[in-house]
Design a protein. Structure first.
Length: 525
């Protein structure tokens, strides 16, 4: 599977440009705002419309942001399009405030005596907070989310040739060799490697008349071709009001394994990620249907606005289905194997738009399952920590909706947590996520078998470490612990009435049954 024939070096170079910048918390400090590193787009911001009972708040914040940008010599322009509605009409997801992108630019002609400086949304946001003398939860950086098998997070792989910036592969648990959590990057120790599957395919039963299968939606890199994942099981594209949900371009990492990397012939870090997740759901819930939505390319990064747009559209499918409106589609479980770290994750200092979207989904009966992340830290990640966990400092109150389940990873023994897995009270449970086996597109890379010695007309050689034409691989990450839980929940939901969503009580019961046999509810060892 080569690159698209019409791709030029310009296309490849553009794809290799890193998305986002690393935030320096010491820049533009504000009293009372303690910030932490994150990855964000420095020339864009997200601004949400007025919340209930906040007449004029949007206008006030927009004035402050415009004034702050002007003080640096930059211009701020708010786009008309609503990110969470994407031109689909104002009746979509009532109760969720609109969200608009704001673009920062440098005037073509600088002011007299000034040299043009590249825009920085963080500096604008902090200065605007000083102007209004308080938090601005309607205004936010546009973060960069990451699809996260082990070895990739928002702070790593900042250009195609280096892994040496301050945020990558230098924390105490990652050494120069296969020690600490770097161990999981080695084939045979948890890194991606070809596997021979010799068992039968998951057996799919029939559903009775007037019943339907549970549906698991996956927002990820898409889903490639595999005999386990035919179109009768996986829906690979879906529209809402005539507009496709998710990315639809030629740069599909489930079709082309080496889109970016300057012709290095190395399979991209997350190529096949969505197919692997779909295969895990196929194994844990063979009777379920899968809805695959592509939000990421081969670099494994997702602009926050792209993610919010796709997420809102998927939730709207469920809302219309629940309410019996045209254009609906059931979403019983939502798998999100991606995330980011917010720079100011405390109460009142971050936008609630993502939380409100996920709460809406849960209120409509959708179980939301999120991966915890693979950075071997206890810093809460979004969206996995967007619930009222014990001791939470995020200001979120407990609710009666279907749960959000954040999932860390277990080692193959199921008697210990994977060293790479994020941990903490915000991680609700742990599931198999190290050296798990699942499906892959028939990818091949440039690495060759180490030894070849033909005999008697047979090609004899050692294992080719990146020849995945057998269709199965072992891989590691909390990305893969999450669909284990998502699939188990879908399997317990079973067949459902064709015109009805799962009841909240049934969804809660399914979640409780799955959690009861996983840590921390079930002891390790």
């Amino acid at each position: 599977m080569a690159q698209p024939e019409n791709w030029s070096w310009q296309d490849r170079a553009e794809g290799s440009i890193p998305r986002g910048a690393a935030l320096d918390p010491t820049v533009e400090p504000v009293d009372g705002i303690r910030a932490y590193p994150t990855a964000y787009l420095p020339d864009r911001m997200l601004i949400s419309e007025n919340l209930d009972g906040e007449n004029g708040a949007y206008d006030r914040d927009l004035r402050a942001l415009t004034q702050a940008a002007d003080s640096f010599g930059w211009q701020l322009e708010v786009e008309d399009d609503d990110v969470v509605r994407a031109g689909r009409g104002k009746q979509m997801l009532p109760g969720i405030p609109g969200v608009h992108r704001a673009v920062l630019t440098t005037p073509e002609i600088p002011r007299e005596g000034e040299s043009p400086v590249p825009p920085d949304a963080w500096r604008v946001l902090q200065r605007a907070r000083r102007i209004v003398r308080g938090p601005m939860p309607r205004a936010s950086l546009e973060h960069v989310l990451a699809i996260d098998p082990v070895g990739l997070n928002p702070f790593t792989r900042t250009n195609p040739f280096t892994r040496t910036n301050p945020f990558t592969r230098t924390n105490p648990v990652r050494g120069a060799g296969p020690v600490g959590s770097d161990d999981y990057l080695e084939p045979g120790r948890g890194g991606r490697q070809p596997i021979s599957w010799i068992g039968a395919a998951p057996v799919r039963g029939d559903v009775a008349r007037k019943q339907r299968r549970a549906v698991v939606a996956v927002l990820d890199t898409g889903c490639g071709e595999h005999e386990w994942l035919p179109d009768s099981i996986v829906t690979r594209s879906i529209d809402l009001d005539g507009l496709p949900i998710g990315l639809t371009g030629d740069d599909d990492p489930e079709k082309y394994p080496d889109l970016y990397g300057q012709l290095d012939d190395e399979i991209d870090a997350v190529a096949g990620h969505g197919t692997f997740i779909a295969g895990l759901i196929r194994q844990t819930a063979p009777d379920a249907d899968i809805l695959s939505i592509r939000v990421s390319g081969s670099l494994g990064v997702v602009d926050e606005s792209t993610f919010l747009q796709a997420l809102a559209a998927v939730i709207e499918l469920q809302r219309r289905f629940v309410n019996g409106e045209d254009g609906g589609h059931p979403i019983d479980v939502l798998n999100l194997s991606l995330g980011y770290y917010h720079e100011t994750p405390l109460d009142g200092q971050f936008s609630l738009v993502l939380h409100d979207l996920l709460h809406t989904a849960r209120s409509l009966g959708t179980v939301v399952v999120c991966s915890a992340g693979n950075d071997a830290i206890d810093r809460p990640s979004f969206p996995a920590s967007l619930w009222a966990w014990p001791g939470a400092d995020n200001g979120l109150a407990p609710d009666k909706a279907v749960p959000l389940v954040s999932v860390g990873a277990l080692n193959p023994s199921r008697r210990s947590l994977a060293l790479f897995s994020n941990v903490g009270p915000w991680v609700r449970t742990y599931a198999p996520g190290a050296m798990v086996v699942s499906t892959t597109p028939a990818f091949t890379g440039g690495t060759q078998a180490a030894t070849r010695a033909d005999f008697g007309g047979f090609e004899r050689q050692t294992v080719d470490p990146d020849d995945y034409r057998g269709g199965f691989v072992a891989w590691s990450g909390t990305s893969f612990a999450a669909p284990y839980v998502a699939g188990k929940v879908a399997a317990l939901l079973g067949a459902l009435p064709v015109d009805a969503a799962a009841s909240a009580s049934a969804a809660k019961k399914a979640v409780a049954e799955v959690l009861a046999v996983l840590p921390p509810d079930a002891p390790l060892g």
